[in-house]
Design a protein around this ligand. Sequence first.
Ligand code: PLP
Length: 449
Amino acid sequence: STAELRALDAAHHLHPFSDMKSLNAEGSRIIVKAEGVWLTDSDGNRILDGMSGLWCVNVGYGRQEIVDAVAQQMTELPYYNTFFKTTHKPAIELAAKLAELTPPQFNRVFFTGSGSESNDTVIKLVRRYFQIKEKPEKKIIISRRNAYHGSTVAAGSLGGMAPMHGQSAPIPDILHIAQPYWWGEARQGETPEEFGLRAAQALEAAIDAMGEDRIAAFIAEPIQGAGGVIIPPATYWPEIARICRERDILFISDEVICGFGRTGKWFGCETFGTEPDILVMAKGITSGYMPLGGVMVADRVAEVLLEGGDFNHGYTYSGHPAACAAAIANLDIMVREDLVGHVANDAGPYLKAGWSALADHPLVGEAPMTGLVGALELTPDKTGRTSFADVGKVGTLARDFSFKNGLVMRAVRDRLIIAPPLVISHGEIDELVARARRTLDDTYAELKR
Ligand code: PLP
């Protein structure tokens, strides 16, 4: 029974990013199956998954084609590694497919098992790159406050989340600069354009302050995801691109969320017109059906790395054959169904119209959306950019109402966020927006009580 499962779970499972104390008291939510954009829990409730799991189930649940591809690969060759100049067909095919789908400068991939492993790999790769170029002192990586790049010690250090740093001190040689969060951080009277420019120029200031000869790279998500879906003002990315072009540093685009169609192009860097040297991927590469990640390097980086010989790095599951088979089947679906076009021209604009209309609600300060990723900033007073005194409390309240209303939204501080599967239909979008509005009404009524 559900009660028995909850008791076993509470007795034996340490959950990621969960308040252990309240989990033990309340028990966890058990999801038993899913189809398309719909989850079913152990009490039989149907819930619209507005978060694609953890931003990953891009092609939706229940894709038999991916299941079959994995099963066939498991039968033929369930495992082999890619160490010591060995490989297998799924890894070869996937690497070639990624070279086709990514921007033209990318032709080589290093496979990992996750986004965190990918970002650990990135740290070693950029340092190795400058060692080979005989500039070993160039090892500082600039990241941004509130960024999320994963949970391992190194990836968590790259990330800029204070609570994570608080529980495990970050590794050295990583520097965090401003995030382009206009609502939360702009000065009084500063327009989004002015603020975007100022936030970008923090990169130039950091390079000058530390010395360009010590900076290896700048890493950023095209849209900060776990930080609250921070969609930068239009002036931000062009200015960052200029700085990266003019300085001898590598630009790393962490596309773990934005990659594979989320923003209406294959990769977020294409939506914002930047030209990264390194592309980090995971999640949407398999739509979460199997764990897989990757780091792609631009040709100019690859040339140096190849020159350097051995790269002392790799994972048992780098390029796992069944995971690669899942990725190939997943990407085939994305291409055949033109899901990127669907986000850009159909589902994205349709959701944006409904979502933007939520900005008229008394609780909502702003309702930004790009492609199929968006946020609702909750505010006690929508005439100014004000925040609730007890940060996070209203967001959590709203998130819980949302679940009761049959919609998964996530709360980051007092910002609700969504990133539904890319296959979402107009009818499901109407449902999502209606449930989000009901959630705002319920939260507002509770605050007025
Ligand atoms: N990078 C970004 C931008 C992410 O959003 C995440 C996860 O949410 C990661 C890296 C870490 O990926 P993983 O959880 O697969 O290790």
